[in-house]
Design a protein around this ligand. Structure first.
Ligand code: P5A
Ligand code: ZN
Length: 482
């Protein structure tokens, strides 16, 4: 009984989250290297369907997929000074090949700017070679010193989608940043993950960037989690890597660059945001199993019921619906419990009465609504139910998110909100690093940056920064972060 009490999304988020990812067999965190974990078949499928979405969005906007090596030579990793300063404490080094010490140490990529840009330099000659828009989905290694947390802060990031672009002008790089923000917005919208978009304070930008824009979502425990970032790199890396192009006048110019990334944190967010105290809930678009069929068998009627179940199974499969018929020799109740826990969005129950009436009983995972439907046109009905579930999950998540964003009058109020883990506080800010750092200190939390999400903030009037008193139209988002 005690175990049951601990499984509560809001009262004990960590334990709830760990139980779901392990017991729903998404991953196994018992691998004997800290910060590394295994994707199991069910989780791997979920991951694949999520990646299919981002691949589609990127391919449709002119990005091309590539694959770069995992190893980066020491001198190349160190070319951009700010970048290496930011990452030096997190790099894993390969020092030996077999028994021999390597002359040049090799880093396991903590991210691939340096690996890619040393090659871009060889590909770009004239303005006609631009823009470059590529991405890869790979593992990266970061020796994180903060406490690791499965999917959320790992040392082997298994699912790092990094995009990198090169442009002739700053305007084009700016436009690319906008496109990236749009792509990620669409991605998170499809997944029903609510987010706030902020321009990070200077003291918290990506190492080597001009500025960074971040997407943060809110976890059930009241902390925000950064689920994606978009960086304008300006000419910083181009200068370090001598990445130049010949313009129309035959003059050599340094290129402008952007990069943007997401990781398995997105999958953590999906689990955390949509799940409930009966387990995971997956949107049909990404659910490894979209429909589970549970036969309700009574003695003597087994064959009739199973036959009908197989008929439904085949009909749904034919329509490309990922369907599983659970023929295990355990009670239907146990099966319901299992598949609810594993997040299957639609359950079909078929018993003798359903067979007799040429109908099925359908139960939705998100609302537990139970209804009977005729066998006619069943696939159409199921697809409609999928759409309804997706809409409901998205709406539910955004409503919950908006409820936990507070416009506060002063820092005392902001502190109260984030200390009690109620959510995100919004307060005017002059945008200076100095005042930003002061605010962090006073509220004992983090300034996520200036809010860019227009739907979440609109200030008609100038207000004043609570630290320096300067007039401003900008709002800072403040929270406890992961
Ligand atoms: C953008 C892509 C970069 O690395 N270089 C290429 C840029 N940005 S970032 O902000 O450092 O990382 C991008 C996103 O990856 C997630 N992330 C992590 N997820 C899990 N465990 C980690 N240790 C980890 N580190 C970064 C974050 O969501 C981050 O926004
Ligand atoms: Zn100020």
């Amino acid at each position: 009984m005690e175990e049951k009490e601990a499984f509560d999304k809001y009262k004990n988020f960590s334990e709830w989250f760990r139980t779901i990812i392990m017991d729903a067999e998404l991953v196994d965190t018992r691998y004997p290297v800290k910060g590394c974990y295994v994707w199991r078949p069910y989780g791997f499928k979920l991951r694949k369907y999520v990646l299919d979405i981002i691949r589609r969005l990127l391919n449709n906007t002119g990005h091309e997929e590539v694959l770069f090596p995992l190893l980066i030579p020491e001198d190349i990793l160190g070319l951009e000074k700010e970048h290496i300063k930011g990452f030096e404490g997190e790099v894993y080094w390969v020092t030996h090949g077999g028994l021999r010490r390597l002359e040049k140490k090799l880093a396991l990529r903590p991210t691939s700017e340096t690996a890619m840009y040393s090659m871009f330099k060889k590909w770009v000659h004239s303005h006609a070679d631009l823009p470059i828009k590529v991405y890869q989905i790979v593992n990266i290694f970061r020796y994180e010193t903060k406490a690791t947390k499965p999917l959320i802060r790992v040392r082997e990031v298994t699912t790092f989608k990094e995009a990198h672009t090169v442009h002739a002008t700053m305007e084009e790089a700016e436009k690319q940043v906008k496109e990236a923000v749009e792509v990620y917005s669409k991605f998170f919208n499809e997944l029903g993950i609510p987010y706030i978009i902020c321009r990070r304070p200077n003291f918290d930008k990506f190492a080597g960037a001009e500025y960074s824009i971040a997407f943060d979502t809110l976890m059930p425990d009241g902390r925000t989690m950064q689920i994606g970032t978009v960086h304008n790199l300006g000419q910083n890396f181009a200068k370090a890597f001598e990445l130049t192009y010949e313009d129309i006048n035959g003059k050599h110019q340094f290129a402008y660059q952007t990069c943007y990334g997401i990781s398995e944190r997105v999958i953590a967010a999906i689990v955390a945001i949509h799940g409930d105290n009966r387990g995971a809930i997956f949107l049909p678009s990404i659910a490894p199993i979209q429909v589970v069929i549970v036969p309700i068998i009574y003695k003597g009627e087994e064959e009739k019921v199973l036959q009908q179940c197989r008929k439904v199974l085949n009909a749904l499969k034919q329509e490309g619906i990922r369907t599983f018929l659970d023929e295990r020799d355990i009670s239907p109740g146990r099966k319901f419990y299992d598949w609810e826990f594993r997040g299957v969005p639609v359950r079909i129950e078929i018993g003798p009465k359903d067979v007799a009436n040429n109908q099925v009983t359908i139960v939705r995972r998100d609302t537990f609504e139970r209804k009977t439907y005729s066998m006619e046109d069943l696939t159409t009905v199921i697809k409609e139910i999928f759409t309804e579930i997706e809409e409901n999950l998205r709406k539910r998540a955004w409503e919950e998110f908006r409820k936990r964003i507070f416009r506060v009058k002063n820092l005392q109020e902001a502190k109260e909100i984030i200390q009690n883990r109620r959510g995100i506080a919004l307060i005017p800010w002059c945008e200076s690093d100095e005042c930003g750092l002061k605010m962090c200190e006073e509220v004992d939390g983090d300034v996520l940056g200036v809010v860019l999400s227009e739907d979440l903030v609109n200030l008609a009037e100038n207000e004043v920064c609570p630290i320096c008193g300067k007039e401003t139209k900008k709002m800072a988002a403040i929270a406890k972060t992961y």
